[in-house]
Design a protein around this ligand. Structure first.
Ligand SMILES: *[C@@H]1O[C@H](CO)[C@@H](O)[C@H](O)[C@H]1NC(C)=O
Ligand SMILES: *[C@@H]1O[C@H](CO)[C@@H](O)[C@H](O)[C@H]1NC(C)=O
Ligand SMILES: *[C@@H]1O[C@H](CO)[C@@H](O)[C@H](O)[C@H]1NC(C)=O
Ligand SMILES: *[C@@H]1O[C@H](CO)[C@@H](O)[C@H](O)[C@H]1NC(C)=O
Length: 149
């Protein structure tokens, strides 16, 4: 009995989720921010094309709007590029440093980055995640797009 009820409930939830996805996903998730207000915005050359097997230096800067906290240049800043398809709000999902190094000084909002070993797998969208003291933000509305030729 109980199991049957639970199954019926979860089925309903599933149906609701499916309906929500069908009717609302295209609108709400037009970019990767969902319900979040983007705070961090990057400026990079667009689009960014690289040759297979090469390195790619991407000049990059960003702005950091005030959220519940303010970006503070005197504090240490951590950053990571998180590839599309992963949770872009978790800095631990960043691409490993053997594939990309952020060479710019993030405290000065310089996110210049060196990608190495470019191959087809590296093509895609990358989101910059910034953590500066209590300030945290992901450039969810403007990913870096890398294409590989
Ligand atoms: C890209 O380069 C890698 C080696 O860096 C090579 O193994 C691969 O075949 C190349 N792919 C294409 C499509 O050229
Ligand atoms: C990034 O830095 C690490 C450690 O210094 C190094 O091993 C790696 O090759 C570098 N990667 C790139 C893409 O330059
Ligand atoms: C950003 O950092 C890179 C790498 O260190 C440097 O070459 C570039 O001049 C810096 N850009 C600015 C605007 O400071
Ligand atoms: C990065 O910039 C900050 C703020 O201007 C400065 O305090 C820090 O020394 C710089 N770090 C490096 C490694 O140059």
């Amino acid at each position: 009995m109980k199991g049957g009820l639970m199954a019926a409930l979860s089925e309903n939830v599933l149906t609701v989720n499916m309906l929500l996805s069908v009717f609302f996903l295209p609108g709400i998730y037009a970019n990767s921010c969902g319900w979040r207000t983007p705070l961090v915005f990057i400026t990079t050359p667009k689009p960014t094309a690289a040759l297979n097997g090469s390195c790619l230096n991407v000049p990059c800067s960003f702005t950091a709007e005030k959220g519940s906290k303010e970006f503070d240049s005197s504090k240490e800043t951590r950053g990571a590029w998180i590839k599309d398809g992963n949770d872009i709000y978790n800095i631990n999902n960043g691409v490993k440093t053997n594939l990309v190094n952020i060479t710019g000084n993030l405290s000065q909002k310089n996110c210049t980055s060196l990608f190495s070993d470019i191959n087809k797998i590296q093509a895609g969208k990358y989101f910059l995640r910034i953590e500066n003291g209590g300030y945290k933000g992901t450039a969810c509305s403007d990913p870096l797009q890398i294409t590989v030729e």
